[in-house]
Design a protein around this ligand. Structure first.
Ligand SMILES: [Zn+2]
Ligand SMILES: [Zn+2]
Length: 294
C-alpha cells in the first residue's frame, strides 16, 4: 500500500494466478506467501474451472477467482474469462459461451475480465459483441518470454477504443511457472480500505491502474485542454507515451530523466488518450484509457 500526495490509499494486487489446483507450479499456500512477501495486499487465485474462496490469509486479502475458457481455434475465437470476487460459485458451464459466462459472474456478485486478448489473438469482430466486460488485460506476464511471446494487448485495446468501446485495463501475472511470470505486473487500486467490497467497487469505477514499477496519476484537464500525468521523482520515469487515435500529431511522448510531470495537449481530433510510462530499468506503467468527448 502507498499513500499519494492527496492522502489517497492505493493497494497492490494480482488478479490472475494459477496454482497446483490446476496447471500452476506452486501450491496455493506457497503462492500466497510469495506474493505477501513481495508487498501485495490482495490476490485472486484463478485456477482453471476451479473457483477459490473470498478469505483473509495472514494479512492478505484473497478474492475468489476462477478462469473459464471457450473455443479452441483462433479463427473461431478463443475467449478466456476470469471471474474475480464472486460471492458464490457462478455455476458456469462450457455451454455458456463467453457472454453467458460474463452474465453469470455478474449474477454471482463478481467482476469479469476478458483475459489476454493478444495471446488469444482476439479480433475486433470477436470482441465488439461482448457486453459488460469489467476490464481486460493490457499485459500478462506469462505471455512474455520464455513461455510465450504476446504479453501486450495495447493494440487491440486501442482499436476497440477507436470504435468507442473503452474497456478498463489491468496488468496481471497469470502466474503458472513461478519464474519470470511471478510478482511482475500488478494493479494499484485506490480505496479507503483493502476489503472485497472496497476493491471491487474501485475496479468497477475504474479507480486503478497497472504497473511493473512506475506509479502515476493521469487526469483530464478540461480547462487546459490536456491530459496531465504526474509521477513520483523516485520512480525514475524516463518516457511518458501517449496512445491516441490521432493519426498525425507531432507529440507522441515526453522523454527525459526522472520525469515528474508531463502533458498531452488535446488536438480536438482524438477520441481517447492512453498513457504508458517507462522507467530507467525499462519497466512499464499503464494508465486507464481516457475517453475524450469532442
Ligand atoms: Zn488464459
Ligand atoms: Zn490464466
Amino acid at each position: 500500500m502507498y499513500t499519494d500526495e492527496h492522502g489517497n490509499k492505493w493497494w497492490k494486487g494480482n488478479l490472475h494466478t494459477h496454482t497446483t489446483r490446476s496447471d500452476g507450479r506452486m501450491s496455493p499456500e506457497d503462492c500466497i506467501a510469495l506474493y505477501r512477501a513481495n508487498g501485495y495486499d490482495f490476490l485472486a487465485l484463478t485456477d482453471h474451472w476451479k473457483i477459490s474462496k473470498n478469505e483473509e490469509a495472514d494479512g492478505m486479502l484473497l478474492l475468489s477467482g476462477c478462469e473459464y475458457d471457450f473455443g479452441r481455434r483462433v479463427q473461431d475465437g478463443i475467449f478466456h474469462i476470469v471471474a474475480v470476487g464472486c460471492e458464490r460459485d457462478p455455476g458456469v458451464t462450457r455451454e455458456d459461451g463467453p457472454q453467458g459466462c460474463i452474465d453469470k459472474i455478474h449474477a454471482a456478485g463478481g467482476v469479469a475480465d476478458l483475459a489476454h486478448p493478444a495471446w488469444s489473438m482476439n479480433t475486433l469482430a470477436q470482441l465488439m459483441p461482448l457486453a459488460d466486460v469489467d476490464y481486460t488485460e493490457i499485459f500478462n506476464s506469462v505471455s512474455d518470454l520464455p513461455a510465450n511471446c504476446r504479453p501486450y494487448s495495447g493494440a487491440i485495446i486501442d482499436l476497440l477504443a477507436a470504435q468507442g468501446v473503452i474497456w478498463k485495463t489491468a496488468a496481471v501475472d497469470d502466474t503458472h511457472w513461478y519464474q519470470k511470470d511471478a510478482c511482475r505486473a500488478y494493479i494499484w487500486v485506490k480505496a479507503e480500505e483493502c476489503t472485497r467490497e472496497a476493491i471491487l467497487a474501485a475496479i468497477r469505477a475504474g479507480d486503478f491502474y497497472s504497473s511493473e514499477g512506475p506509479r502515476m496519476e493521469v487526469t483530464l484537464d478540461r480547462e487546459a485542454n490536456a491530459v496531465r500525468v504526474r509521477c513520483p521523482k523516485e520512480d525514475h520515469v524516463s518516457s511518458v507515451i501517449y496512445f491516441t487515435d490521432t493519426a498525425w500529431t507531432g507529440h507522441r511522448s515526453d522523454v527525459g530523466e526522472d520525469l515528474t510531470e508531463a502533458a498531452f495537449p488535446l488536438t480536438g481530433r482524438e477520441t481517447f488518450v492512453r498513457v504508458e510510462l517507462r522507467d530507467r530499468e525499462g519497466r512499464s506503467g499503464w494508465g486507464q484509457t481516457v475517453g475524450i468527448a469532442n
